[in-house]
Design a protein around this ligand. Sequence first.
Ligand code: PMP
Length: 423
Amino acid sequence: MPELDEVKQADSASAAEHPFEVERIRQDFPALTLSVHGQPLVYLDNAASTQKPVSVLDAVDRCYREYYSNVHRGVHHLSQKATDAYEEARRKVQGFVGASRAEEIVFVRGATEGINLVASTFGRSRVKAGDEVLITEMEHHSNIVPWQMLCEQTGATLRVAPIDDRGEVILEEYEKLLNDRTRIAAIVHISNALGTINPVSRMVEMAHSRDVPVLVDGAQAAPHALVDVEALGCDFFVCSGHKMFGPTGIGALYGRWDLLSTMPPYQGGGEMIRSVTFTKTEYAEPPARFEAGTPNIAGAIGMGAAVDYLQGIGLETIGRYELGLLEYATSALSAIPGVRLIGTAAHRASVVSFTIDGAHPHDVGTILDREGIAVRAGHHCAQPVMDHFGVPATVRASLAFYNQRQEIDRLVSGVEKVKEIFN
Ligand code: PMP
């Protein structure tokens, strides 16, 4: 793993192509200049949602000010301009995730809706009583509950691949759980509670060797790692704009064309039809088939701008820089007596989850907030992970490329303060 100094050198070597200067980058984010309780904000809640660069704010603003209209329906100038921008955003997301065609990208509200869409449409048409759906123990509730609901509706069984005490999926168990009854596997790429990076392409290969399609929950991967759905080999991939420095209320589902094109609709309404009579409705081809009603036009355009922003820096550059920061945070926090790290997988990204002896995570979060430090305290919508580690909650510091070592130092001082209060 590269040290931060090596990262800096590597970054400056490729600087001509992708300059990465954190101080300059921070100036793109108005929220990073905020003060909280009289202290400069240290924003370490990026796994929950990220701050927005000016280019995203401007793209959304320009859409509403300069060419806003409904999409796909109008022959007039504004509608055509809005439609062009909306479809251009789809092509940007296509390029970002490495899909081979823009029609494989469906705009949804976020990762949660993308998973619900697949569970409801692909799931309802392919899963029946006696079948199995395979997930892992480290899933976010968004990648548990929709499958549980599907199983309840169909009589199928939810199977769960266990994790070990470092927070890694036990691959032999995962492989054993794949069988002739498995209809779909749904796995998280990077865990929001533990930071674990799963060996997704290997897990996809294992599933595909049994003809099991795989959905990858990429909510935490898209902002931190280069995603390539073709290289991962997955059949579905979901991500959320708001975790990628884009607007809230927008996200994307990638679906392999041969699967997507055979799936029944998700919601009914305008936009998703080819023709409607009272006796029969013919559905449009994807992606329109899955985008009933007026979509989040400005949100999609803002997500496209976020993709441009991320690609302007370069996901590989981001990943390298964040890894240095993660190493720094991990070693600083683990050196504090009484701090227990939850999630120590060999490959992690951007998340440090921990507990402090004698202090409830919610109290820790509140005390850190008084110091201007935003972290998350709770179960992170991953209660089974908390159960695995025998804790009700953790404190989670989650990083982005705009964070700096001195912010980690402030977190460490905050943790020391918590210890003084509780010991
Ligand atoms: N999966 C993971 C791993 C997540 O971290 C999250 C959000 N915390 C989601 C799914 C759900 O994303 P959203 O709330 O944007 O739909």
